[in-house]
Ligand binder design. Structure first.
Ligand code: C6P
Length: 416
């Protein structure tokens, strides 16, 4: 990851691009949106790109010879190239499949590759912090193929325990699939070390980048991931669009995940052959407006600069950690240091239920998430049923974290 500590964001200019930030939650209660790890808000350039598609060239891609379909096809194809370039995939669109979200991207790998390649002698290695989309998916593939699912331990601070990784990743490991940034602990995982262990064992190296691509520069070729998954709606893009980067040779070798229109080259009643990459993996009418919207989102994020966004996230996280430490009985999960984290902080506050905290803070306009964040087994390990999570984006400010603090103190008083 490159880091230019001097890069900074113009928060006011960024805020002006996000119309939702203008709204109040109640009279005199402006929105303080701190639920960005779930979904980010949408900026004008993305709204404009999708609006323009629907207003002027809304047509099915790759299916018409008329002008509208041609324009839609070119815009949709170009969006693949733009997103590929944003994550350093030099193969362009041929290495970048549009899916529905990170979950579908991981299912694509697990089913198209996993069901075909894995057997009872194989081991699948994931970490204890995985989101359900990278846990249940491989758990079910293991159940169907007879492979064994092995879980990488975490250190008390929430890092993947590399000594344990060196112990369990070995000759029987067929796939190592881990998240880049944890959506619960915030931990940035050491992909270099884990990737080295996977490659030394000739294992497939899969990365869940849902919480990384939105907040830091990501270069899939430097990471040397075989597959890398992420979602549009967490990076200023629309819902309904996600991505799977894959190394070309693997994408060429694998059989498709979904069958139907668009993904075929020729069809007879007996058999079929497959379209070129990436369309081989994009069966049916695709999410054209969403793909074009995601293209606009990466252009917008690149115009701010991912180094600048990463710095801003780190500064806000450091400030949040400092302020949260003022509250008696509040426990933060994950690393103490902001530079070892993505821009999110999960915590518990004495024995006040996370849902109560989120409901009361909402009265102050503060949107945060409460629950198990789709990491139920991780919460079991932490010994809590639920946590409350604040997560930041390029438009958030220190003042908004102050409002969160005020709301948390009010919650504490109410339960005192
Ligand atoms: N985490 C959160 O609030 P989808 O839902 O497919 O776009 O993303 C799934 C996913 C996969 N991996 C990680 C690390 C994630 O954080 C998520 C989504 C949201 O934490 C919704 S549960």
């Amino acid at each position: 990851m490159s880091a230019h500590p001097s890069a900074s964001v113009d928060v006011e200019a960024i805020r002006a691009a996000f119309p939702a930030l203008e709204r109040d939650i109640a009279p005199d209660t402006p929105l303080v949106y701190l639920d960005n790890a779930a979904t980010t808000l949408t900026p004008e350039p993305v709204l404009d790109a999708m609006d323009e598609y629907y207003r002027s060239y809304n047509a099915n891609v790759h299916r018409g010879l008329h002008t509208l379909s041609q324009e839609a096809s070119v815009a949709y194809e170009d969006a693949h190239d733009d997103v590929a370039s944003f994550i350093g995939a030099s193969g362009g669109r041929e290495e970048l499949i549009f899916t529905k979200n990170t979950t579908e991207s991981l299912n694509l790998v697990a089913q198209a590759w996993g069901l075909a390649e894995l057997g009872p002698e194989d081991e699948i290695v994931i970490s204890a912090a995985e989101h359900h989309s990278n846990l249940v998916t491989w758990q079910q593939v293991a159940a169907r193929t007879g492979a064994t699912l092995r879980i990488l331990d975490l250190t008390p601070e929430g890092h993947i325990d590399l000594a344990h990784a060196a112990e369990i990743i070995g000759p029987n490991t067929a796939v190592v699939s881990v998240l880049h940034v944890s959506n619960t602990l915030g931990t940035i995982n050491p992909l270099d070390a884990i990737g080295d262990l996977a490659r030394a064992s000739d294992a497939l190296f899969v990365v869940d980048g849902a919480q990384a691509v939105p907040i830091m520069p990501v270069d899939v070729e430097a990471i040397d991931a075989d597959f890398y998954a992420f979602s549009g709606h967490k990076m200023a893009g629309p819902t309904g669009i996600g991505c799977l980067y894959g190394k070309r040779a693997l994408l060429e070798d694998m059989e498709p995940f979904l069958f139907g229109g668009e993904m075929i080259r020729t069809v007879s009643y007996e058999t079929a052959s497959w379209n070129d990459l990436p369309w081989k993996y994009e069966a049916g009418t695709p999410p054209s407006a969403e793909g074009i919207g995601l293209g606009a989102a990466v252009e917008y994020l690149a115009s701010i600069g991912m180094d600048a966004i990463a710095n801003h996230e780190r500064e806000l996280t450091a400030y949040a950690l400092e302020r949260l430490a003022e509250i008696d009985g509040l426990v933060v999960y994950g690393p103490d240091r902001a530079d070892e984290r993505g821009g999110l902080v999960s915590f518990t506050m004495a024995d006040i239920h996370a849902h109560d905290i989120a409901e009361i803070t909402n009265d102050y306009g503060v949107a945060i998430r409460a629950g198990h964040h789709c990491t139920q087994p991780l919460h079991d390990r932490l010994g809590v049923a639920a946590t409350t999570r604040a997560s930041f984006y390029a438009y958030n400010t220190r003042q908004e974290i102050d409002v969160l603090l005020e709301a948390l103190r009010a919650t504490q008083q109410l339960f005192a």
